[in-house]
Design a protein around this ligand. Sequence first.
Ligand code: SAH
Ligand code: SF4
Ligand code: F3S
Length: 468
Amino acid sequence: MTAPAQKAPEKKVYIRTYGCQMNVYDSSRMADALAPLGYGTTENPEDADMVILNTCHIREKAAEKVFSDLGRLRPLKGEKDLIIAVAGCVAQAEGAEIMTRAPFVDIVVGPQAYHRLPQMIGEVKAKRVGAEHRKLIDTEFPVESKFDLLPAPRQEGPAAFLSVQEGCDKFCTFCVVPYTRGAEYSRPVAAILNEARGLVAGGAREITLLGQNVNAYHGTAADGGTLGLGALVRELAKIEGLARIRYMTSHPRDMDASLIEAHRDVPQMMPFLHLPVQAGSDRILKAMNRGHTRADYLRIVETLRKHRPDLALSSDFIVGFPGETDADFQDTLALATEVNYAQCFTFKYSARPGTPASTMDDQVPEDVKSERLTILQDLIARQQRAFNAASVGCTFDVLLTGTGRNPGQLVGKSPYLQAVHVMADPSLIGQIVPVHITTLETNSLGGTLEDARLPGAGLKQEPQVARR
Ligand code: SAH
Ligand code: SF4
Ligand code: F3S
């Protein structure tokens, strides 16, 4: 297939993405939406005619980073006619404050209004000719869906992301997402299947379905009925050429039987699941409004592993939630020990404005949070090292996604989301090949192509430092 001839972009947009995979997905959609206006992307803000900061509000540090980055961008604005836009969850939560604290920002656009970005740019420019700047804020939750109005994704490579669900109705007491992303919304089944077929036709072998609560998915099917995520996965598995399906982030409350059984029944389902538990103490889970107990979570993990014995798990944990005692924290350690994770994300509780937990009594002192974080991180690091060490000697199907840092080296993904380096010919990029894992590196695994007839299989790794 040849791409339609396109004019060379006349202008450049620099997009900086913070936060979760949903933001990564949204950033590419914004780039797609700006392409018809003549914008190509750049990695360098100094070359840009427009800068978009796609922001995250989840913890205080993430949100504050936006203001320091804006401070650094400000001098660029004096040098040329630069448009600065703030998008994402800080835009949604603190739109007016951004305009006050950083008055040189032209556009503030919330996550549900990205399809209106081209129009907003037009308005900012029109107003600029001979007049003072006009600032635009759009943080509505419009009735129309941005998904219907943004262009279809362009070629994404062998491992693609596909947003199927957005928003959250769960209201965990610590979390800003229900306020910044709005209510749960599921895209219709047909739109998702179309997008998936397009991605596969463009070379994708693996698709990760995205959503803030991806397994709360309940999209409308062609017959007017509703499909859950388990059924959607079964539909996607019918697409020829789609070899791997993943999804994130899922909530324990929405792990229904159909989805759990899909892990057993659908060969394309990868044996790795991110299933955040946040804490191991029932008292804290209740105060967090998670809607499940420790036993519920462990039961789900047990059933999943019964269906898929090689399943590896990851989780998010928060330490130092208001009222968390040493005994509660011990429950978290015990749960992590029992599940034995392949990896995890661990966070210190950060009080977020407007969330119920931020005004709870018994806020945990910072030094206690730090101490607990270190202890939990040590445990998780040991589990992760053991998991990766156990991979040495195994043969994994590896999806080769690109070139590695060293000459002749390719990089790919194991079924368990581990990065794997292997000497192989670049013609193999986009293929899934068996790789014999031989070495454990700091953040990745190293291996050799199992099939010696594949191009590049005989190549030896070059020494990293040239000898004189
Ligand atoms: N929807 C997902 C997670 C979304 S946010 C879920 O329900 O699991 C990603 C992670 O950030 C959360 O899992 C949580 O561990 C962390 N997080 C969210 N709010 C936080 C806060 N106020 N302080 C610290 N960590 C937080
Ligand atoms: Fe936040 Fe809870 Fe919703 Fe996840 S489920 S996005 S942690 S409110
Ligand atoms: Fe951050 Fe918003 Fe994602 S707050 S984690 S960018 S949904």
